[in-house]
Design a protein around this ligand. Structure first.
Ligand SMILES: C[S@@+](CC[C@H](N)C(=O)[O-])C[C@H]1O[C@@H](n2cnc3c(N)ncnc32)[C@H](O)[C@@H]1O
Length: 252
């Protein structure tokens, strides 16, 4: 399967899962709390008010709602590749400052969106091929104003046997059976299990962020059953000049 087919297949899988997506995430203890914590972390870094924010891979709007609550005056644009997930998001009541755009994150440079003060990417990166992760991080960097912040929320277990065991047990004993009961098909959640198993280590995520030009990279770990499994990364687009000065120093 080539990359375009893989992307179309993923969009279709999310389209099909859209109707029950909120129900299943609602059954995940901590899902909304962790989104709120990521949105709060971003809120604490922003310097503009009202800020312009992008929510990449916004899905049915849970991450968008977390942003809207944490940063009440922000203009927020949610972007997602799945028409079904976006239809769920759009069907919810939103203030006028919130919009949604149907597009893959890989097309970010062509979308003509306003320069952003902050970007959230919650559970998006893992759904991209390794090359696309770097390309999308580079285009997020380009869409941010200097001094703007990115928050990435993602599951990662690679390289940590206890986290792998936790992830396997939770998926095969809880998530996949629940998904079978609620959706009648566990396919998306089997893909979730597999994609997390195959995803970057946390060091690789941090290295990708630095490679895309971000600085001040901070890694926060979730607690509870998601300890070692769920991670939040904050990263800043450096202020103009800082990066050039850094590059000049580094190349000496
Ligand atoms: C696990 S959901 C997370 C949704 C939301 N951010 C949340 O926290 O509830 C991942 C979302 O990423 C979207 N997605 C996957 N690949 C994408 C891509 N290349 N570009 C944009 N959205 C993508 C999917 O359609 C899906 O809605």
């Amino acid at each position: 399967m080539d990359e375009l087919d893989a992307r179309a297949g993923l969009d279709l899988a999310f389209d099909r899962a859209a109707a029950r997506y909120d129900l299943l995430t609602g059954l995940n203890p901590g899902y909304h709390r962790h989104l709120a914590a990521a949105a709060d972390a971003l809120a604490g870094r922003l310097r503009s008010d009202p800020a312009v924010l992008l929510d990449l891979g916004c899905g049915s709007g849970s991450s968008t709602a977390a942003l809207a609550r944490a940063i009440p005056r922000a203009r927020i644009i949610g972007v997602d590749a799945s028409a079904g997930m976006l239809a769920r998001a759009r069907a919810k009541p939103w203030p006028a400052r919130i919009d949604f755009v149907h597009a893959p994150a890989q097309r970010l440079p062509d979308l003509g969106l306003p320069r952003a003060d902050g970007v959230m990417a919650a559970y998006l990166l893992r759904n991209l091929s390794p090359d696309d992760r770097d390309a999308v991080l580079a285009s997020i960097h380009a869409e941010l104003r200097p001094g703007g912040w990115l928050v990435v929320q993602e599951y990662s277990v690679a390289g940590r046997p206890l986290a792998v065991l936790t992830w396997d047990l939770v998926c095969w004993l809880v998530v996949i059976p629940l998904s079978w009961l609620v959706r009648g098909s566990p396919r998306l959640d089997r893909d979730l299990w597999r994609s997390v198993r195959g995803f970057d280590t946390t060091d690789q995520v941090a290295a990708r962020l630095a490679g895309a030009g971000f600085d001040a990279v901070e890694h926060r770990r979730a607690g509870g059953w998601q300890r070692g499994v769920l991670h939040t990364f904050l990263a800043r687009r450096p202020f103009e000049g800082t990066q050039d000065a850094h590059r000049r120093t580094a190349s000496r």
